[in-house]
Design a protein around this ligand. Structure first.
Ligand SMILES: Nc1ncnc2c1ncn2[C@@H]1O[C@H](COP(=O)(O)OP(=O)(O)OC[C@H]2O[C@@H]([n+]3cccc(C(=O)O)c3)[C@H](O)[C@@H]2O)[C@@H](O)[C@H]1O
Ligand SMILES: Nc1ncnc2c1ncn2[C@@H]1O[C@H](COP(=O)(O)OP(=O)(O)OP(=O)(O)O)[C@@H](O)[C@H]1O
Ligand SMILES: [Mg+2]
Length: 247
């Protein structure tokens, strides 16, 4: 693990150097992925790493977890509460749709949820520009493979240090980096709506997705879920479709 961590840290340093910027910024949610990212960043750039807490109607226990991550890592931090901004924007959008009698209740939960992720992304980019930093995305291999992220939301980032690590590998790395057990074993949640958990929404478990990615045999039903999600989220990983004049 020590070697893996050293390699990621060196890669972070090299990538920042190649980009001609000063350091790195990440959103810290109180979840495991951003805790690991923050630790790695602190190792790479002790004086040029920023952890940002971006609550949007966030539970106080998650805010406490995020504060503890900031404290344990010893990283510089900023909190920008986006609750009011989100509520204003969301109500403007829905009231305009209601005026036209075109508000789609069925898509509402996800549309509102993705708005949160995109507001967080916008805030991180504003801070990145201020400090001349890059935005660190926290997607792991499982999330990336099935497209479990908001396009241009948490998926909108400059670099992805954890994208080749399974969820379990991220947990193992967290334990090595000294993240408290409580967080290492915390149920993964995107914090996009009350009571949301990743595994409930996805319909399979991280353990099964990790196993699938390692080429191990998993139940047919889970394999189908994973393969369907991978296929339907290809547009999030591929380059943008561009009209080609010469064809
Ligand atoms: N074939 C295609 N080619 C090009 N673009 C295509 C497309 N199909 C849809 N699109 C576009 O993509 C949009 C749908 O993608 P997107 O907006 O991402 O939305 P979607 O994939 O529907 O939802 C995001 C998922 O990621 C989860 N999430 C989000 C944020 C954080 C986390 C977390 O773990 O923390 C998890 C969230 O709970 C939800 O399950 C469509 O509205 C459309 O604009
Ligand atoms: N309240 C928040 N404040 C700051 N950043 C956030 C917040 N919620 C989500 N994010 C950002 O969005 C990323 C994606 O969320 P995701 O839930 O996948 O990761 P996590 O919370 O770090 O770990 P886990 O998946 O175990 O919950 C986070 O890693 C973080 O960078
Ligand atoms: Mg989370």
């Amino acid at each position: 693990m020590e070697k893996e961590v050293d390699q990621i840290v060196q890669w972070l340093q090299q990538t920042v150097k190649n980009a001609g910027v000063n350091g790195l910024v990440v959103g810290v949610s109180g979840g495991i992925d951003s805790a690991v990212a923050a630790h790695l960043m602190k190792r790479a750039f002790p004086d040029d790493s920023l952890g940002v807490m971006l609550p949007i109607q966030t539970k106080s226990s998650d805010i406490d977890d995020a504060k503890n991550v900031i404290k344990n890592v010893g990283i510089d931090s900023i909190t920008v509460d986006l609750t009011q901004t989100h509520d204003d924007m969301y109500s403007q959008i829905t009231s305009k749709l209601n005026e036209k009698d075109q508000f789609n209740v069925d898509s509402d939960q996800l549309a509102g949820a993705n708005l949160r992720a995109r507001l967080r992304m916008s805030t991180l980019y504003a801070l990145a520009a201020n400090y001349n930093y890059l935005v660190v995305g926290t997607d792991n291999a499982a999330e990336w493979y099935i497209g479990y992220f908001t396009k241009y939301g948490d998926g909108g980032a400059d670099i992805l240090p954890l994208v080749e690590y399974t969820k379990q590998e991220v947990r193992d790395m967290a334990a090595y980096l000294g993240v408290p057990d409580k967080l290492v074993n915390k149920v993964a949640s995107a914090d996009l709506w009350e009571g949301q958990t990743d595994e409930d929404e996805i319909g399979t478990t991280y353990a099964k997705i990790d196993a699938y990615l390692k080429g191990e045999k998993i139940p047919e039903e889970d394999k189908k879920i994973i393969e369907n999600l991978h296929k339907s989220s290809a547009h999030k990983r591929d380059p943008l479709p561009q009209f080609n004049r010469s064809k």
